[in-house]
Design a protein. Structure first.
Lengths: 398, 294
C-alpha cells in the first residue's frame, strides 16, 4: 500500500500521490456492475428464465405478448438512456424504430444478408439518422428535441410512404429477413430432441438480445460517458465547468438511443412479419414514453418492467371489456376502444407517476435508502465533532 | 396573378389558424417556461364541446363557440392549479402535459363517437368573389375575426394591469413577485387564455372543407410547434408572423409542388421549414439568443 507505484490501490490515502490530488479516491471510481449479491442472483435468475420460460409455456399468444414486450424494452432502454439518463425528452423514438424495421427488411430481405449482418447494419443506419438529426435538435437548451423529434415521426411516415421500392409504400411490406445464426434458425429451433415453435425461438432470441442490451446499457451508464450525461442532466453549467462538454455528451446519448431503437425495429419487423409506415407513428412513440415513465426513469430494469406492464394493458382491456360497459368489445363501436383505453391508461399513469412516484414501478422494488443521516449531520454542523465532520462536510467550511 | 393571390389568401387564412394555435403555446411558455403539450387536449375538447352545444343543444353558432371557449379556459385553469402546478421542473411538466393530451383525447372521442361530426357552421361552401379571387365565406369571416382576436390580445398585454403583470413575470418572475405580482394568478390567467385560444383553434380546424369534428384533432395542435420554433419560443409577435409565414408557404407547397414529390408532402412542409430554421437561426425570428450566467 505504501509503495509509490503509479497505479497503487486507488483507496490508498497517501496525500502526496497524484491519485489523491486528482480526487481519484475509491468513491470516484465507476460504480460496480452488480452492486449487491441480490443483484447478482437476480441477474442469474433472469438468464435462466430466458430459456426456462419458453420451454415450459407452449401457449403462442402468451409468448407473442412477452416477445413483443422484450422488443419494446430494447427500444425503451434506448429512450431511457436519452430521457432518463441524459434528461432530453424525445417524442420521436418510433422514427428510429421504423428506420430499423424497414432498413432491416431491405438489407436482410431484399439483399439477402445474413442475420448477424443485417441486424447490426439496420441499427447502425438508425444511428446514422440520429447523428444527422442530433445537431439540429440539441444545439439549444430547452424543449427543442421534443418538438423536432415529433416532426421526425411525420417526416418518417411521409418518407416511408413515398419510397415504395424500399418500404412497399402505403401497403407496407412483408418481412422476409432471415433470423438464423449459421445453422441456428430461430423460427424452428432444434434443442436436443425438441423442435421449438417460431414463438419459442423468437422469445429466446429477443430476450437474449435484451439481456445483452441491458448489460451494455448498465456499463455505459457507469462509464465516463454515461456519468457525463447524468452530470449534464443534473446541472449542465456545473458539469461544463468540470470539463464535460454538453453537446458531444448529449449527441452521444441521442445516437446510442437511436441505435437501440433501430435494433428493436429490426426485431419488431421480423416479429410482426408485416410492416406498414403507420405502424411507426406517434402512438408507438407514446408507448415508449409511457414505458420508461411508468417503469422507472434512469434505471436499468425500469424499461423491462414498464414494457411488461404496457404489454399487459391491451390484454387487460379485452378482459375488462366483459365487465365494464364503457369499454367496447372488439368489433363494437360504442365506448372506449381497446387502443383508446390503452392511451387513457398510459396518459393517466404518466401524470400520476410523475406527480407522486418519480422512480416509477421499479422504485417499489428498491429497498428504502439507508436511514437518513440528517440528524447526525445537523448535530455535526452545529457542534463539529473532530474526525467525523471532515467526511461529511465538504466545501462550505472553507 | 389571380392564382398567386388566390393561394396567398388561402395561405393567410391557414396562417391565422396557426397563429392562434401557436399563441396558446407561447402564452404559457412566456409565463412559466413550460412547453404546454396539453394544448392538444384544449383543441379537441373545444371542438367537441362546441359540437355538443351547437349541434346537440341547438345554440346559435357563435354563442356555442364562446361558451366552449370559456369552458375550456376553466378546464385549463383547473388543470394548471390542480395538476401542473404540483410539478416543479420543466422536464416533468412537458411529460405531464403530454400525458394529459394522450388521456383526454380518447375520452372525448368516446363520449361523442363518430368519424366526422358536423359543426353546423354558418358558411357551408359559399364563396365570395372579390376582383376575381374566390374566397370561401369561412376564410372571409375567420381572417378578420382572428385579426381582431389577436389585436385584442396585444392591447390586453400592452395596456392592462394584468397584462403588465404577465409581462413582468415573463421577464423575471422573482422580481415580479417582489413587486406584489401573484405568480399563481398570472399562471392561471395565461393558462385560461391558452385554453380559450386552443378551443377557438379547434373550432376553426373543424370547419375546414371535408373536415368536421373528428378524432385526431389533438395532433393538429402540434402543427403549431414548428411555428413557435420559427417565431421564437416565447415571442407572441413571432407566433403571429411565424404562423402566417408557415401558412402561406404550406399553401404554396400544396399548389406548386409537383405530383412526383409524393402524397402528403404539404403536410410535412412546416417540419421541414423548422429544420431549416434550426440550422440557420436556432433562436427563431423573434427569439432572444440565450445568454446564461451562473
Amino acid at each position: 500500500m505504501t509503495t509509490a507505484a503509479p497505479h497503487a490501490e486507488a483507496n490508498s490515502a497517501d496525500p502526496g500521490s497524484t491519485d489523491a490530488v486528482l480526487g481519484r479516491s475509491a468513491r470516484a471510481r465507476a460504480p460496480r456492475l452488480f452492486g449487491t449479491l441480490t443483484a447478482k442472483i437476480l441477474a442469474i435468475v433472469f438468464v435462466v428464465a430466458i430459456f426456462a420460460v419458453p420451454l415450459n409455456i407452449g401457449d403462442s399468444y402468451v409468448l407473442t405478448v412477452l416477445t413483443t414486450a422484450a422488443i419494446a424494452a430494447i427500444a425503451a432502454t434506448g429512450l431511457n438512456l436519452l430521457t432518463g439518463y441524459a434528461g432530453q425528452i424525445s417524442l420521436g423514438h418510433a422514427f428510429f424504430v421504423g428506420a430499423g424495421a424497414f432498413s432491416g427488411q431491405v438489407l436482410g430481405g431484399q439483399l439477402g444478408l445474413p442475420f448477424l449482418l443485417w441486424l447490426p447494419l439496420a441499427a447502425l443506419f438508425a444511428g446514422a439518422l440520429g447523428a444527422l438529426v442530433a445537431p439540429f435538435a440539441l444545439r439549444l437548451r430547452g424543449p427543442y428535441l421534443a418538438i423536432v423529434s415529433l416532426g421526425l415521426v411525420y417526416i418518417g411516415i411521409y418518407a416511408a410512404r413515398n419510397l415504395p421500392a424500399l418500404t412497399g409504400g402505403l401497403n407496407g411490406t412483408v418481412v422476409t429477413a432471415p433470423v438464423a445464426i449459421g445453422p441456428l434458425d430461430f423460427t424452428s429451433l432444434q434443442i436436443g430432441p425438441f423442435l421449438l415453435t417460431r414463438e419459442q425461438g423468437m422469445f429466446i432470441l429477443c430476450w437474449v438480445i435484451l439481456a445483452l442490451v441491458l448489460l451494455a446499457t448498465a456499463n455505459i451508464v457507469r462509464s465516463r460517458s454515461g456519468r457525463a450525461m447524468q452530470a449534464i442532466r443534473d446541472h449542465d453549467l456545473a458539469a461544463e465547468v468540470l470539463g464535460v462538454r454538453r453537446l458531444p455528451s448529449m449527441m452521444n446519448a441521442f445516437i446510442v438511443s437511436s441505435v437501440l431503437g433501430g435494433l428493436a425495429g429490426g426485431l419488431l419487423g421480423v416479429q410482426l412479419q408485416y410492416i406498414r409506415p403507420e405502424n411507426f407513428g406517434l402512438d408507438l412513440s407514446i408507448q415508449y414514453v409511457a414505458i420508461i415513465v411508468i417503469g422507472g426513469l434512469a434505471s436499468i430494469w425500469g424499461p423491462v418492467l414498464g414494457a411488461l406492464f404496457i404489454g399487459l394493458v391491451p390484454v387487460m382491456a379485452i378482459w375488462l371489456s366483459n365487465y365494464l360497459p364503457f369499454i367496447a368489445k372488439p368489433g363494437e363501436q360504442s365506448g372506449v376502444s381497446v387502443s383508446g383505453f390503452g392511451l387513457i391508461v398510459y396518459g393517466v399513469l404518466i401524470v400520476v407517476f410523475l406527480l407522486f412516484r418519480r422512480g416509477g414501478l421499479i422504485s417499489f422494488f428498491h429497498r428504502p435508502a439507508r436511514a437518513p443521516r440528517a440528524p447526525a449531520a445537523r448535530a455535526a454542523a452545529s457542534d463539529p465533532a473532530p474526525g467525523e465532520s471532515t467526511t461529511q462536510k465538504e466545501g462550505p467550511s472553507s | 396573378m389571380t392564382d398567386f393571390l388566390q393561394t396567398l389568401v388561402s395561405g393567410i387564412a391557414l396562417g391565422c389558424l396557426y397563429a392562434v394555435l401557436a399563441l396558446g403555446f407561447v402564452v404559457v411558455a412566456r409565463a412559466s417556461g413550460i412547453l404546454n403539450l396539453a394544448q392538444g387536449s384544449f383543441v379537441i375538447l373545444g371542438a367537441y364541446l362546441a359540437y355538443a352545444l351547437i349541434h346537440q343543444a341547438g345554440l346559435p353558432f357563435w354563442v356555442g363557440v364562446v361558451i366552449a371557449m370559456a369552458a375550456v379556459a376553466v378546464f385549463a385553469v383547473l388543470l394548471e392549479a390542480l395538476v401542473v402546478h404540483r410539478v416543479t421542473d420543466h422536464f416533468a411538466a412537458l411529460l405531464v402535459t403530454f400525458g394529459i393530451t394522450i388521456a383526454v383525447a380518447p375520452i372525448v372521442t368516446a363520449i361523442w363517437p363518430g368519424d366526422s361530426l358536423n359543426l353546423d357552421d354558418p358558411w357551408a361552401l359559399e364563396v365570395i368573389r372579390i376582383a376575381g379571387i374566390g374566397i370561401t365565406a369561412r376564410d372571409a369571416t375567420l381572417i378578420p375575426i382572428t385579426a381582431v382576436l389577436l389585436l385584442a390580445f396585444f392591447l390586453f398585454f400592452r395596456f392592462t394591469r394584468i397584462g403588465l403583470s404577465l409581462r413582468a413575470t415573463a421577464i423575471d418572475s422573482e422580481a415580479a413577485m417582489a413587486q406584489g405580482v401573484s405568480t399563481r394568478f398570472v399562471f392561471g390567467i395565461s393558462w385560461g387564455i391558452a385554453g380559450a385560444l386552443g378551443a377557438f383553434g379547434g373550432v376553426v380546424l373543424s370547419t375546414t372543407v371535408g373536415g368536421g369534428v373528428r378524432p385526431g384533432l389533438e395532433v393538429y395542435a402540434f402543427l403549431a410547434l414548428p411555428v413557435i420554433i420559427l417565431g421564437g419560443l416565447e415571442s407572441p409577435l413571432g407566433a403571429v408572423v411565424g404562423g402566417l409565414i408557415i401558412g402561406v408557404v404550406q399553401q404554396f407547397a400544396v399548389s406548386l409542388v409537383p405530383e412526383s414529390w409524393g402524397s402528403g408532402f404539404a403536410d410535412v412542409v412546416p417540419y421541414l421549414v423548422m429544420l431549416v430554421i434550426l440550422l440557420i437561426r436556432p433562436a427563431g425570428l423573434f427569439g432572444r439568443k440565450e445568454i446564461r450566467r451562473a
